[in-house]
Write a protein that binds this ligand. Structure first.
Ligand code: G6Q
Length: 548
């Protein structure tokens, strides 16, 4: 446990010092902070693993950073980082390590879990994936009727979906264009039907991604896909050529009809939301090839090494996490908007939503004590500049303080033209406007009708981070995801919570199980829920069976 028994976070001297500091700086406007220090834009910036983080447009000064670093030290961040990298049990409620860093570690490294070196296993799976990916990409892997595979359908949900789809979209530029990848997650039959309606079964490969191989949504879709394939290919034997699995449940996979040689393994010490760089990323590897996948792992690894060794005040993921604590716990920004100015990163906000909210959306500490401070912010977002024409209004002029992460690239992946400059000009202009706003005097100078002045004033002082990289590459993507993973970890350590369990998800997995048989029942069958749930189920039964 990171928290000394009996000491709550809010009683720690470093926390109390931050509260006092907030009382003195909390209302200082970014206009004043920038005016007082002409070098501020460069001073509050950091570079690691090819990512440049400008955090100067946050309501902080040098003392804020040293107090936050002191808090991190006091909460044992250094020790917890070492514990994670060493494979210690840091996921306390599930009594296991959280070793996603082992997925991208060099082959020579040794990390032991229960006396077994896990790194050799990681590399064996990577090699297995690379061989298979190459067979599919080259057309060597043939379907049941002898045709090459053109379509990949990944079936999985949560951590077995959000990472693969985000990475596929992010790296689409590097993908083999004669292969299409689709992602099916929802138990709503629409998802699978729409994904397969125009596909030729003879050319379609399904990847069933499920750590447990028991998840209701995934297994239901997997069986439906199996029936779809068999109906079109005319034989159960077709399953062997059209289905592979990514799972840690070898028995379940075999029972489904997938040979062990077509199963890609992973381990219980990788959480679903930390698994996009494991075999769960098989669809990514098929799309972009093993070499690009390894480049992505290298990006993860450079950021891992930086996180493990850089002093906290110069540690990019740690600082990102600490600034998030400042914005959330001291300034009261309870939501975080993720705003990538890159269409390829369109699924990044959804991916980070799970990473952050499932990891740190907890109300008790590791020891089970109720927290008396806010934990994970609500995470949301959309690519820029689209969001500017919708919800940015609230970020600029609403009553809630929203912290924002802006993400952009210096180079476009497409031929030179004006569009990239226009895109990035929007990003820079937005962060500037959010920081500095527009005063009543500035509005008056625009000769608007005076009655409009209050509507056109922008207070500014909205905190933003800007993450700038040269170019969206597999390496950059890996570094960025590792950065966010470690920022989430940093916040979890400060809050003293277990960032690696997900009891809320488990709860959801049980709930529907009780209700499903009741929906199938006759209208007379008694219901024992509350009056609202009973009425909803009765109404559903009535109309579900009504002729359309
Ligand atoms: C992730 C969660 C959750 C999980 C899904 C799918 O951290 O545990 O999103 O990934 O519920 O689980 P399976 O991979 O076991 O099907």
């Amino acid at each position: 446990m990171s928290m000394a028994a009996g000491t709550t976070l809010t009683q720690r001297p470093a926390w109390v010092a931050l509260q006092a500091h907030h009382a003195s700086i909390g209302q200082t406007h970014l206009r004043e902070l920038f005016a007082a220090d002409p070098q501020r834009g460069e001073r509050f910036a950091l570079e690691a693993a090819g990512l440049y983080l400008d955090y100067s447009k946050n309501r902080i000064d040098a003392q804020t950073i040293s107090l936050l670093v002191a808090l991190a030290e006091d909460c044992g961040l250094h020790e917890r980082i070492e514990a994670m990298f060493n494979g210690d049990i840091i996921n306390m409620t599930e009594a296991r390590p959280a070793l996603h860093v082992a997925l991208r570690t060099a082959m020579e490294t040794r990390i032991f879990v229960d006396g077994v070196d896990v790194v050799a296993g990681v590399h064996a799976v990577l090699d297995h994936m690379a061989t298979f990916a190459e067979q599919v990409r080259s057309g060597q892997w043939l379907g049941h009727t002898g045709k090459r595979i053109r379509n990949i359908v990944n079936i999985g949900i949560g951590g077995s979906d959000l990472g693969p789809v985000m990475a596929y979209e992010a790296l689409r530029h590097y993908s083999q264009r004669d292969l299409t990848c689709r992602f099916v997650s929802n138990i709503d039959a629409t998802d699978l039907l729409e994904a397969t309606r125009d596909l030729d079964a003879t050319e379609t490969l399904f990847i069933i991604c499920s750590k447990t191989f028991t998840t209701l949504e995934t297994m239901t879709n997997a069986h439906a896909a199996r029936a779809w394939s068999i109906a079109r290919l005319g034989s159960e034997a077709a399953v062997a050529r059209h289905f592979v699995a990514v799972s840690s449940n070898a028995q379940g996979v075999e029972a489904f009809g997938i040979a062990p040689s077509n199963m890609f393994g992973f381990w219980d010490w990788i959480g679903g939301r930390y698994s996009m760089d494991s075999a769960i990323g098989l669809s990514t590897m098929i799309a972009v090839g093993a070499e690009h996948f390894r480049e992505m792992l290298a990006g993860f690894q450079v950021m891992d090494t930086h996180f493990r060794h850089a002093p906290l005040a110069e540690n990019l993921p740690a600082l990102l996490g600490l600034i998030a604590i400042w914005n959330n716990n001291f300034l009261g920004a309870t939501t975080l908007a993720v705003l990538p100015y890159a269409q390829y990163l369109k699924r990044l906000p959804a991916y980070l939503q799970q990473l952050m909210m499932e990891s740190n959306g907890k109300h008790v500490t590791e020891s089970g004590a109720h927290v008396d401070y806010a934990t994970s912010p609500v995470v949301w977002g959309e690519p820029g500049s689209n969001g500017q024409h919708s919800f940015y209004q609230l970020i600029h002029q609403g009553t809630a303080l929203v912290a924002c992460d802006f993400i952009g690239f210096c180079q476009s992946l497409h031929p030179p033209g004006d569009q990239h400059d226009l895109l990035m000009a929007n990003l820079f202009a937005q962060t500037e406007a959010l920081a500095f706003g527009k005063t009543a005097a500035e509005v008056s100078a625009e000769n608007l009708a005076p009655v409009l002045t209050p509507h056109c004033v922008f207070e500014g002082n909205r905190p933003t981070n800007t993450l700038l990289a040269e170019r969206l590459t597999p390496h950059t993507l890996g570094a960025m995801i590792a950065m966010y993973e470690h920022s989430v970890f940093t916040q979890g350590v400060i809050w003293g919570i277990d960032s690696f369990d997900q009891w809320g998800v488990q709860f959801g997995k049980q709930l529907a199980g009780h209700t499903t048989p009741e929906l199938e029942g006759t209208t007379e069958r008694p219901l024992n829920h509350d009056s609202s749930t009973n009425a909803l189920i009765r109404r559903y039964r009535r109309f579900n069976r009504a002729p359309s």
